[in-house]
Design a protein around this ligand. Structure first.
Ligand SMILES: Nc1ncnc2c1ncn2[C@@H]1O[C@H](COP(=O)(O)OP(=O)(O)OP(=O)(O)O)[C@@H](O)[C@H]1O
Ligand SMILES: [Mg+2]
Length: 400
């Protein structure tokens, strides 16, 4: 097994007709540890697939280096990189059985043509027996044993996905590359296959780079997550570190559902401390975290607060400072069962439908399901500002 190192990796595409260029991946520096499960996540077009394809050798790097273990592989052809790739469209051979689908690639790799097999009959037999052992073993692990004789057309989507996975596992690669492998599955099967993949990784311990644009998948599967945007790495860290300590507004807004609320505010002095004037209301900023804001007094900033850190004042968890109470208007309530999602406005409730629609000052709160909140009525909420973030409106970087 081996880790993967990317050094200042770039990929630029040039449109052959217009001559326009797209920088799909920009200066990517990344060290994926041996045995790690790393998730690349980001919106469509941010460069995830291109990155993976460069590691696989299916796409040439415009600049930079790719190392698998200690070996620089930029000029090594894909089949010699000892990696296995699982794609969204898993492309099984329709005329082959599950068994043969799993055997095909590894046979091609290890048995060197018919002439060689004839002249090395004994060796070829041993290799075939070894491949068979591996297939039986992997089929057992992935619950494919009863399906080995079937054709892909006789399988469900989830079963086909497992065959594609099995085919990759049988090759015993140094590195797995997976590009949205679960996106063809329905919601329930996704959750199930997600858990299977995590267990499989635990068992095999093979370095895995997993691409998704689903942040839930990223949070639940990744030992570390890389968030990308426009070809640039935004932040790389453990799921909880990214969630609680995002470096910029993009990362803060990308992870978490519903997304973080962003509120325009002006930093003001408030006695010895600081407060954030949000227009129709203001909140005190914790003194202990004031240092980062001293240079921003009387300047505009953005307050970022997650929906679960805006509490119904009747249900405030212990330990939350009650100091920042705000009266807002409840626009819509979405009961989720275990919690309720509230859409709150800072304006008076009496508005026309038209102005409601464009109201920019809607905040989302996730509160206790037992909330007594009523639509189109005021509600007192507590902002847990201790868990909030302050961003620079121009650079969008976190400042406090
Ligand atoms: N062969 C190509 N020629 C020109 N541009 C390309 C090519 N392949 C990718 N791109 C561009 O590079 C950028 C990154 O594409 P990439 O496929 O890596 O995105 P992605 O993050 O995988 O997105 P998605 O989530 O939609 O799969 C996009 O702007 C895309 O249009
Ligand atoms: Mg892609």
């Amino acid at each position: 097994m081996a880790g993967v190192t990317l050094r200042s990796l770039c990929r630029t595409f040039t449109d052959s007709q217009t001559g326009n260029t797209v920088d799909a991946v920009k200066n990517l520096d990344l060290e994926i540890r041996d045995g790690e499960f790393l998730v690349l996540v980001g919106p469509s077009g941010c460069g995830k697939t291109t990155t993976l394809r460069m590691v696989a050798g299916l796409e040439e790097a415009t600049a930079g280096e790719i190392l698998i273990g200690d070996r620089r592989v930029n000029d090594v052809p894909p089949r010699e990189r000892n990696i296995a790739m699982v794609f969204q469209n898993y492309a099984l051979y329709p005329h082959m059985s599950v068994y043969d689908n799993m055997a095909f690639g590894v046979r091609l790799h290890r048995l060197k043509g018919l002439a060689w097999q004839l002249s090395h009959a004994q060796e070829a037999r041993e290799i075939k027996a070894d491949i068979d052992r591996r297939i039986q073993d992997v089929a057992e692990q992935l619950g494919l044993k009863p399906l080995l004789d079937r054709k892909p057309s006789q399988l469900s989507g989830g079963q086909r996905q497992r065959v594609a996975l099995g085919r990759a596992v049988v090759r015993e690669p140094q590195v797995f590359l997976m590009d949205e492998p679960l996106s063809n599955l329905d919601a329930k099967l996704r959750v199930q296959t997600r858990a299977e993949l995590i267990k499989l990784h635990r068992r095999l311990g093979v370095t895995t780079i997993y691409v998704t644009h689903d942040q839930v998948e990223a949070m639940t599967m990744g030992q570390r997550i890389v968030v990308m945007k426009d070809g640039l790495l935004q932040q790389c860290d453990t799921p909880l570190k990214l969630y609680h300590e995002p470096v910029n507004m993009f990362v803060a807004g990308f992870l978490g559902t519903p997304s973080m609320n962003f509120i325009g505010a002006t930093v003001k002095r408030d006695g010895d401390g600081l407060k954030l004037d949000c227009g129709t209301f203001s909140v005190q900023w914790p003194t202990a975290r004031g240092a980062g804001l001293q240079n921003h007094i009387d300047r505009k900033v953005i307050l970022g607060i997650r929906p679960e850190n805006i509490h119904d004042s009747q249900f405030v968890p212990s330990g939350v400072d009650m100091i920042n109470g705000v009266r807002l208007n409840v626009d819509v309530i979405e009961p989720m069962g275990s919690t309720s999602t509230l859409f709150l406005t800072t304006n008076p409730v009496a508005q026309t439908e038209a102005t409601m629609e464009v109201a920019p000052n809607t905040l989302v709160a996730v509160v206790e399901a037992a909330t007594q909140a009523k639509e189109r009525a005021p509600l007192d909420v507590i902002f847990d500002v201790d868990k909030a973030h302050i961003f620079d409106p121009e650079t969008e970087q976190k400042i406090a």
